[in-house]
Design a protein around this ligand. Structure first.
Ligand SMILES: NC(=O)C1=CN([C@@H]2O[C@H](COP(=O)(O)OP(=O)(O)OC[C@H]3O[C@@H](n4cnc5c(N)ncnc54)[C@H](OP(=O)(O)O)[C@@H]3O)[C@@H](O)[C@H]2O)C=CC1
Ligand SMILES: Nc1nc2c(ncn2[C@@H]2O[C@H](COP(=O)(O)O)[C@@H](O)[C@H]2O)c(=O)[nH]1
Length: 316
């Protein structure tokens, strides 16, 4: 028997009685690891979304960030961020280059506050070895592991030592994994299953199309949400501006795209152009206002109210 699983666009949240007099009373802040952040949402650790300047922009506004791991000098990045009084949050892979970077960090006496293990399928032996290595060498760092899409995988990553788990396989806008390999799991099913299986926070990664999808991800049990295309079209986004027939766009490409890899080998991502939208400040404010409104519809004052709402599927 084949069962149906749902994505954010297939579901809605059922309103409860609002208890606040203004949406401004609703608190969108979230404790995540050693810090409390303004929003449970952050930009994907992709080279076309964040660079060192973007990371600093977010950190200064008390938004969580994670630097990507492609051609980055982790020692310089961590040292710079911490010298400015900001938290350092880096991404790593599973191969020898990552081990070298981590050894160099340790030798320099540096310890990032957050480390994200960023691989396509984090439920593998190489990821387990890297997670155990990081927990041993950087016990003070908050370790995010991923990506995974099932309860069984989430339980394994928790057992291996992850402090948070990033869930979402092949649901991203520039993803072609599902086309090339046949593997994917819709986000509502992914997040609900993973969040119910573990006691550490789960990050819902990918597939955010509408602002309300953030509230839906939190209602599924996510503690944080990661989004790429949502943040890709702005001045502060890392991608290049492209002008076609007088209209401006920003490049947005997958981490497993030929463009990012520099060769056509095991390509599971593509490059697209997204509409250029100017400064990101207006987006951040609107995302916060929209989530405050979601909390009010959920009948609460804090994000936890979203965990109590009923979710319904709509027939298309
Ligand atoms: N969230 C998602 O759904 C997806 C995200 N991505 C993103 O793309 C980037 C590249 O990811 P990834 O390919 O993991 O990283 P890398 O290209 O850095 O690969 C890491 C290592 O894992 C091996 N590896 C990768 N995939 C597999 C596999 N399916 N089976 C066995 N070994 C494997 C690679 O070897 P070899 O190349 O020889 O196989 C390589 O040695 C990451 O940033 C990731 O987040 C990519 C796909 C899906
Ligand atoms: N299958 C692939 N997934 C990728 C690739 N690069 C990034 N990603 C994932 O997508 C999300 C962002 O999704 P969005 O819908 O918010 O745009 C990102 O965080 C990664 O998990 C890739 O090349 N292939």
């Amino acid at each position: 028997m084949i069962h149906t699983e749902l994505n954010y666009g297939d579901v809605y949240l059922v309103p409860k009685k609002t208890v606040v007099d203004s949406r401004k009373e609703c608190d969108t802040s979230v404790q995540f690891g050693p810090h409390r952040f303004a929003m449970p949402l952050y930009a994907a650790n992709m080279k076309s979304v964040v660079d060192a300047e973007t990371c600093e922009y977010f950190a200064r506004r008390n938004w969580f960030y994670t630097m990507h791991r492609f051609d980055v000098d982790a020692v310089a990045f961590v040292r710079d961020m911490q010298a400015r009084g900001l938290f350092a949050s880096i991404s790593v892979g599973v191969n020898g280059d990552t081990r070298q970077q981590l050894v160099a960090l340790k030798a320099a006496g540096l310890s990032p506050e957050y480390i994200t293990l960023d691989v396509a399928n984090g439920w593998c032996v190489k990821a387990e070895q890297m997670i155990r290595f990081i927990k041993r060498e950087f016990p003070a760092s908050f370790l995010i592991g991923g990506n995974i899409a099932t309860a069984e995988a989430a339980r394994d990553l928790e057992a291996w030592g992850c402090d948070a788990i990033k869930a979402g396989i092949a649901g991203g806008r520039v993803c072609i994994t599902k086309n090339k390999t046949g593997f994917h799991r819709p986000m509502v099913a992914t997040v609900r299953d993973c969040a119910a299986a573990v006691s550490v926070p789960v990050i819902a990664d990918g597939g955010i199309v509408e602002h309300g999808d953030v509230a839906k991800a939190l209602a599924c049990g996510a503690s944080m949400v990661m989004a790429g295309s949502l943040f890709a079209g702005y001045d502060e986004s890392a991608g290049e501006i492209v002008e076609i027939d007088g209209k401006r766009y920003k490049e947005y490409f997958g981490s497993a795209s030929q463009f990012n890899k520099g060769e056509y080998k095991n390509v599971e991502g593509k490059k697209i152009l997204v509409e250029y939208k100017g400064s990101i400040a207006r987006l951040l404010l609107e995302l916060q206002e929209d989530l405050q409104s979601s909390v009010s519809y959920a009948g609460g004052r804090e994000l936890s109210a979203l965990r109590t709402v009923q979710m319904i599927a709509v027939a298309h």
